[in-house]
Design a protein around this ligand. Structure first.
Ligand code: FAD
Length: 655
C-alpha cells in the first residue's frame, strides 16, 4: 500500500515560529489571519499574485486541518475544487495527494452536474498543505494569535470610513503592519463549544476562540453587522469495535479521477483505496435523542445551523419516525478511527454512546472523541464588495466561514479570491470580480454579497443558472488563462499546459466536424450503435458523438488517422461535444445581453405579475427600483444574468 512521505515538514515548520523576531521589524503587503482552508488559499494566492505575505495562525501544526469530515468535493463542492485548481490553488492537488477513496457522485446525471469527491487521509492532507506553503515564494508563516486590528481614518481619496493598517498580536507580541489584510477566522470568532448541558469558549475542540478584541473591533470600531451561526461534528468511532458485517460496503470508483488538471493520476493506486460502509438509524436512536433533550443545550439555541448537514437531533425533531443513512468513513490509511457521517450530535458523551449502540454495526462500538457543537460570529457578507473587501474599510478582506458559509471548499474558494485581490490592492492594482456566468466561485460570491445569508451557505449546482457551461471538466478552459493574464495567480507552466490542452480540444472538435456522413454510412461504420436518423440525414462526427452509446474511442477506431492523436482527451471531447449546442446558446444569450445594455425598460412593466420565469426576490427588486435600462437592471444586487435574459426576451417580444 502507498504511503509516500512528504519531505520532513514539522521540523521545517517549527523554524517558522522562530521568525517572530524578524517579522516585527517588517512591513508586509498582505497579512492573512487564520490557517484554515480560506487562510491557506488566501496566503498562497496573495503570494502568487506577487505580494509579500505573512500568514499568522494560532497553531502552525493545525494549518490545513480538516475540522470535521475527512472528505473533499461532492456535488457543487467538487466544481469549486476544480475551479480553485484551475487558478493554481492548493486544494485539488492536496486532495489528489491525500485521497484514499475516490468517486464521482451523480454519475447517473449529465457530466455538468457530476460531483468529484474523495475521502481523505487527514494527516496527509494537512502535510501537503503545509509543505506547499513552506515552499511558496514571498510567504512567511508566523504562529501567534491576533488580538486586534490596527485601524485609522480612511485615505480621503478612496471610498470607506476606516482603514486597517495592521494587527496587534496577543500576549504583548507587538504590532505588524500591512497594506491589506485577509481575515479568515472560521468558527473561532467569539466561538463557543457545546456538549451536553455545558458550553465553553473555543473555536474547535482543543483550540481557544479568537481573542475578544477582534470581535469587538469588527463590531464596535468598524461598525460591521455581525450575526451568529452554529454547526456540529459527530463522535469519532474506534474502527476495531465496529461490526462491518451488519453494514453495506461501498467501493470507490475503479479508476480514481484526479481533482487537479495537472495530475494525470492520483497518489494512490486503485486497488489500495479503502471502502466506506453504509448503515441506518433505528427507532432506538430517536428514543435516545428524545430522552437527552433536557441535557442538550446546543439544540435549544436559536442560532441557525447547516440545513443540508443537520445534526441527528435536528433530523429526529424535523422528521420523526424516519430512518436516516449513516456513512462510516475511514479517517486515513493507518487511522484506527471511523467518521460516522450523518451523526453530528451534541448530547452528553454517555448518551452519545447509548445512541450509536442503537445502530446496526455499532452495537459494541466505542467512542474515541465525542461529538460537539460550535457557535460563532460571522460578518454579514452584504457588507463586502465582490472582491471580498469590506466596503466601509480600506485594506480589509474577509473569506471563509467568517462570511457565513460552511464547508472547506466554499472557504477555500473565497480565500483564493480574497488573497488575489488583497495582493492586487496592496500592489496598487485594481481589484477584480468574477461573474456568475464564468464560474461557481462567481456564483458563490455573488450570492453572498448580493443576497447575504440567513443560515450557513453551501454550494449546490442548482445555484448556478449556467450549469451546462460551468462544468467541472472545463474549469481550466474557463479560468486558467484569466488566472495567468489578469489575476497573476497562475504559473507560466500551468498556463502553457492549459493552452496546449485547449489547442488539442479545438483541433479534435474541428476534426470531428470535418467528418460528414449519411446516417446509413454511420450505421455501417459504427455497428451495434443505433443511429436513429433517416437515410438522407447527414451527420458530422461531433453530432454522432452526442449519441449516448458512441464514444470518442469508437470514432477514433473508425478514423484513426484523423482522431487517434487526441485519444488521451477522449472523455473531455465527448463532454464538449455533448454540451456544445447548449453552451453555444448560452454564449449567444450572454453576448445578446451585453449588446442590449441600453435597451429601454418600459416604466409601466408590472414586474410582480410579469409572465416570465423570475424569482419572487428578483421581481421585488425590479419592482422597487424600476431601472430604466437593461444594463441598469443587470447591475442591481440580486439580479442574476438568467433573470436579465428572461427580461430581455420579454421586452423584445412585446416591442
Ligand atoms: P477554519 O478552518 O475554522 O480555520 C480558521 C483558522 O483561523 C484556524 O486555523 C484558527 O486557528 C485561525 N484563527 C482564528 N482566529 C485567529 C486569530 N485571532 N489569530 C490567529 N489565528 C486565528 N463544515 C461542513 O461543511 N459541514 C459540517 O458539518 C461542518 N461541521 C463542523 C463542525 C465543527 C465542530 C467545526 C469546528 C467545523 C465544522 N465545519 C463543517 C466547518 C468547516 O470546518 C469549515 O467550513 C471550514 O473549516 C472553514 O474554513 P475557514 O478557513 O473559514 O476556517
Amino acid at each position: 500500500m502507498l504511503v509516500r512521505r512528504l519531505p520532513v515538514l514539522h521540523k521545517a515548520l517549527c523554524t517558522c515560529s522562530i521568525q517572530v523576531a524578524d517579522v516585527h521589524t517588517q512591513h508586509y503587503d498582505v497579512i492573512v489571519v487564520g490557517g484554515g482552508h480560506a487562510g491557506t488559499e488566501a496566503a498562497a494566492a496573495a503570494s502568487r499574485a506577487g505580494a509579500n505575505t505573512l500568514l499568522i495562525t494560532q497553531k502552525i501544526q493545525t494549518i490545513g486541518a480538516l475540522s470535521c469530515n475527512p472528505s473533499l468535493g461532492g456535488v457543487g463542492k467538487g466544481h469549486l475544487v476544480k475551479e480553485i485548481d484551475a487558478l493554481d490553488g492548493l486544494m485539488g492537488r492536496a486532495g489528489d495527494w491525500a485521497g484514499i477513496h475516490f468517486s464521482i457522485l451523480n454519475r447517473s446525471k449529465g457530466p455538468a452536474v457530476w460531483g468529484p469527491r474523495a475521502q481523505l487521509d487527514r494527516g496527509h492532507y494537512r502535510d501537503f498543505i503545509q509543505s506547499e506553503l513552506l515552499s511558496t515564494e514571498r510567504l512567511t508563516i508566523l504562529e501567534g494569535s491576533v488580538e486586534d486590528l490596527l485601524v485609522s481614518a480612511a485615505d480621503p481619496d478612496k471610498p470607506g470610513r476606516h482603514k486597517v493598517y495592521g494587527i496587534r498580536l496577543a500576549h504583548g507580541g507587538g504590532e505588524i503592519h500591512s497594506r491589506s489584510m485577509v481575515l479568515t477566522t472560521g468558527t473561532f470568532l467569539s466561538g463557543s463549544l457545546f456538549m451536553g448541558p455545558n458550553s465553553s469558549p473555543g473555536g474547535r475542540i482543543g483550540d481557544p476562540p479568537s481573542c475578544a478584541g477582534l470581535s469587538y473591533s469588527l463590531k464596535e470600531i468598524l461598525g460591521l453587522k455581525i450575526g451568529r451561526l452554529r454547526t456540529g461534528t459527530p463522535p469519532r468511532i474506534i474502527k476495531d469495535t465496529i461490526d462491518f458485517s451488519c453494514t453495506e460496503i461501498r467501493l470507490p470508483d475503479e479508476k480514481p479521477t484526479p481533482f487537479s488538471f495537472i495530475n494525470a493520476h492520483v497518489n494512490c493506486k486503485h486497488e489500495d483505496q479503502l471502502p466506506c460502509f453504509l448503515t441506518y438509524t433505528t427507532p432506538g436512536v430517536e428514543r435516545v435523542v428524545n430522552e437527552s433533550m433536557h441535557v442538550n443545550s446546543h439544540i435549544h439555541q436559536d442560532t441557525k445551523g447547516p440545513r443540508y448537514c443537520p445534526s441527528i437531533e435536528s433530523k429526529v425533531l424535523r422528521f420523526p419516525g424516519r430512518l436516516h443513512q449513516v456513512w462510516l468513513e475511514p479517517e486515513g490509511w493507518t487511522s484506527d478511527l471511523m467518521y460516522p457521517q450523518g451523526l453530528s450530535m451534541t448530547m452528553p458523551p454517555d448518551m452519545q454512546l447509548c445512541l450509536i449502540r442503537e445502530i446496526p454495526g455499532l452495537h459494541k462500538a466505542q467512542i474515541h472523541t465525542p461529538g460537539y457543537g460550535v457557535q460563532y460570529d460571522f460578518v454579514c457578507p452584504t457588507q463586502l464588495y465582490p472582491w471580498l473587501q469590506v466596503k466601509s474599510t480600506q485594506g480589509l478582506f474577509l473569506a471563509g466561514q467568517i462570511n457565513g458559509t460552511t464547508g472547506y471548499e466554499e472557504a477555500a474558494a473565497q480565500g483564493l479570491w480574497a488573497g488575489v485581490n488583497a495582493g492586487r490592492t496592496s500592489l496598487s492594482k485594481v481589484p477584480l470580480s468574477l461573474s456568475r456566468t464564468q464560474s461557481y466561485i462567481g456564483v458563490l460570491i455573488d450570492d453572498l454579497v448580493c443576497r447575504g445569508v440567513t443560515e450557513p451557505y453551501r454550494m449546490f449546482t442548482s445555484r448556478s443558472e449556467f450549469r451546462t457551461s460551468l462544468r467541472p471538466d472545463n474549469a481550466d478552459m474557463r479560468l486558467t488563462h484569466r488566472g495567468f493574464e489578469e489575476m497573476g495567480c497562475v504559473s507560466q507552466q500551468r498556463y502553457n499546459e492549459a493552452l496546449q490542452v485547449k489547442q488539442s480540444l479545438n483541433e479534435a472538435l474541428s476534426a470531428l466536424r470535418s467528418i460528414s456522413l449519411s446516417a446509413t454510412r454511420w450505421r455501417n461504420k459504427l455497428q451495434h450503435v443505433n443511429i436513429s436518423e433517416t437515410k438522407s440525414t447527414i451527420l458530422s462526427g461531433e453530432e454522432v458523438l452526442q449519441y449516448k452509446d458512441v464514444s470518442f474511442q469508437m470514432l477514433a477506431s473508425a478514423f484513426p488517422e484523423l482522431l487517434a492523436p487526441f485519444l488521451e482527451f477522449s472523455e473531455r471531447i465527448k463532454v464538449e461535444a455533448l454540451y456544445h449546442p447548449h453552451c453555444e446558446k448560452q454564449r449567444r444569450d450572454i453576448e445578446r445581453m451585453q449588446a442590449e445594455e441600453s435597451l429601454y425598460l418600459p416604466q409601466d412593466i408590472d414586474y410582480l405579475t410579469l409572465p416570465v420565469s423570475l424569482s419572487k426576490e428578483v421581481r421585488e427588486i425590479l419592482d422597487s427600483t424600476r431601472p430604466n435600462t437593461l444594463g441598469a437592471a443587470s447591475r442591481l444586487p440580486g439580479i442574476t444574468p438568467a433573470a436579465i435574459i428572461h427580461l430581455l426576451n420579454y421586452v423584445q417580444r412585446e416591442k
